[in-house]
Design a protein around this ligand. Structure first.
Ligand code: UD1
Ligand code: CA
Length: 459
């Protein structure tokens, strides 16, 4: 998706200081993955696509793992440490330095809410452009328990009341706070500093920005999103629920763009999977990160692809495995029980059955027979195999790398090839066949005679 345009500058603050104890994990919650990338990466991508030009990620103390993920994903992002967990407003204020009034819009997003769409964040920014000082995102909760409630009057947002602080009447409100908020950049710091901690949890609530703004005669508005978009991840079950919704979204996207998924519910995508038009994906296919499939390609059932590029009209599987660096040219064929790793398969080349091609290049229209193996690894180093255009490798051959097979060369079936083969040559590297006329008959006659003699003599 391309970055969306707005002439207003935007600072995004991502709160990632969560403890995540309910994940029961050695890993911090925000580094758990949905669709092949971390929850934090989803949040960073969403704010970037919503036009944030400056990003600050607020993390907890002693979290070098989260800090290095931030640096790897978005080197320009600043990292702020919230030394003590004293509430969401307190967390935003950890990014105080960035809140100097330079930005028109301040977006606050939670790192554990991975399905938020950039359009929704842009909606919050739009509300600021239209004169609101605070824009909060809400949703109709199936089960509102635990969430902050939106108190509205005449279509305006009057307050957000945390569940623990809410009256019975307020608890009956279904419109809940998703947690994401946009604040006017000129007033944000002063609003945040005015927030107190006189509440049930003794915390500084970001949600109180609404009340503070109203007291100052400023406008606060509520926007609404679907619950599935704003669902947070606090435990493994919610992680799986987020994954399921992410997958539903990706499947629909692929079909909208012209791919056929015969059984969409059995196809799994990564955040960056790209399928062209008229791609056919059969049931039970997994796309790991980094896969591009060009127009008209077919991915047969039970295939697993990762870091791979499939050319136009190429076919993979059933039971194909493309590992990182696999690149299939136009109309190339990778058949059943074939594994390709770090290898270019040329246009129209065929690798049809039971084969491993690793660290290799296969020329256009080459034919690799069943059971061929590139022996690319000696236990210490990896070596390259080069197979020329139009070459024919007989079945069950072992190509011991480094080795080059020239264009149009033929390799006899069952060969172990350890030396380069010139173009147009025949190479055979196997035990020579011998025939002994009548040998089988003689052997059989002798054996049968011995057997019947043994039967006549009782032991
Ligand atoms: C928050 C909202 C609530 C909303 C709910 C939606 C507040 C006061 N409440 O409640 O209205 O319905 O989210 O899920 O904002 N965090 C920090 N530092 C802190 C506290 C929180 O970084 O000191 C981060 C957390 O890591 C998390 C986010 O802020 O990413 C929300 O914090 P959490 O404690 O889960 O808030 P809730 O009580 O769920
Ligand atoms: Ca929460």
């Amino acid at each position: 998706m391309t970055k969306m345009q707005s002439d207003r500058s935007c600072l995004a603050i991502i709160l990632a200081a969560g403890e995540g104890t309910r994940m029961k994990s050695r890993q911090p919650k925000v580094l758990h993955e949905v669709g092949g990338r971390s929850l934090l990466a989803h949040a960073l991508a969403a704010v970037a696509e919503a036009g944030a030009d400056t990003v600050v990620v607020v993390i907890g103390p002693d979290r070098p793992d989260v800090a290095s993920e931030v640096r790897a994903l978005l080197p320009s992002a600043a990292i702020a440490i919230q030394a003590e967990r004293r509430g969401t407003a307190h967390a935003v204020l950890a990014a105080r330095e960035a809140l100097s009034g330079k930005h028109d819009d301040i977006l606050v997003a939670f790192a554990d809410t991975p399905l938020i769409r950039p359009q929704t964040l842009l909606g919050l920014r739009q509300a600021l452009a239209e004169g609101a000082s605070v824009a909060a995102l809400g949703f109709e909760a199936q089960d509102p328990a635990g969430y902050g409630r939106f108190v509205t009057r005449d279509g305006e947002l009057v307050a957000i009341v945390e569940h623990k602080d809410a009256t019975e009447a307020q608890r009956a409100i279904r419109l809940c706070n998703a947690g994401l908020m946009a604040l006017d950049g000129r007033q944000a710091l002063s609003i945040l500093e005015a927030i107190g901690s006189a509440n049930a949890q003794g915390e500084f609530y970001l949600t109180d920005a609404v009340g503070v703004a109203r007291e100052r005669g400023l406008k606060a508005v509520a926007l609404q999103a679907a619950e599935s978009e704003v669902q947070g991840v606090n435990d493994r079950a919610q992680l799986a629920a987020a994954e399921a919704d992410f997958q539903r979204r990706k499947r629909l996207e692929a079909m909208k763009q012209g791919a056929t998924l015969i059984a969409p519910e059995t196809v799994f995508f990564s955040f960056d999977t790209r399928l062209g038009q008229d791609v056919l994906v059969e049931p039970n296919v997994v796309f790991g990160p980094g896969v591009t499939v060009a127009d008209g390609a077919v991915i047969h059932a039970f295939s697993h692809l990762e870091g791979a590029d499939v050319g136009p009209g190429a076919t993979v599987g059933p039971y194909g495995r493309l590992r990182p660096g696999a690149k299939l040219g136009a109309n190339a064929k990778v058949g059943n029980f074939v594994e390709i790793k770090a290898a270019d398969i040329g246009e129209g080349a065929k690798v049809s059955h039971l084969t491993y091609i690793g660290d290799a290049s296969v020329g256009a229209d080459a034919n690799i027979g069943a059971g061929t193996i590139t022996c690319n690894y000696d236990g210490f180093f990896k070596y390259k195999t080069t197979i020329g255009a139009g070459a024919f490798v007989g079945s069950n051959s072992a190509l011991v790398a480094p080795v080059t097979i020239g264009d149009r060369a033929i390799i006899g079936s069952g060969s172990v090839i350890t030396k380069d083969v010139p173009a147009d040559a025949l190479a055979i590297g196997r035990g020579r066949q011998i025939e002994r006329e009548g040998w089988a008959k003689t052997f059989r006659d002798k054996a049968m005679a011995k057997k019947s003699a043994a039967k006549k003599t009782p032991e």
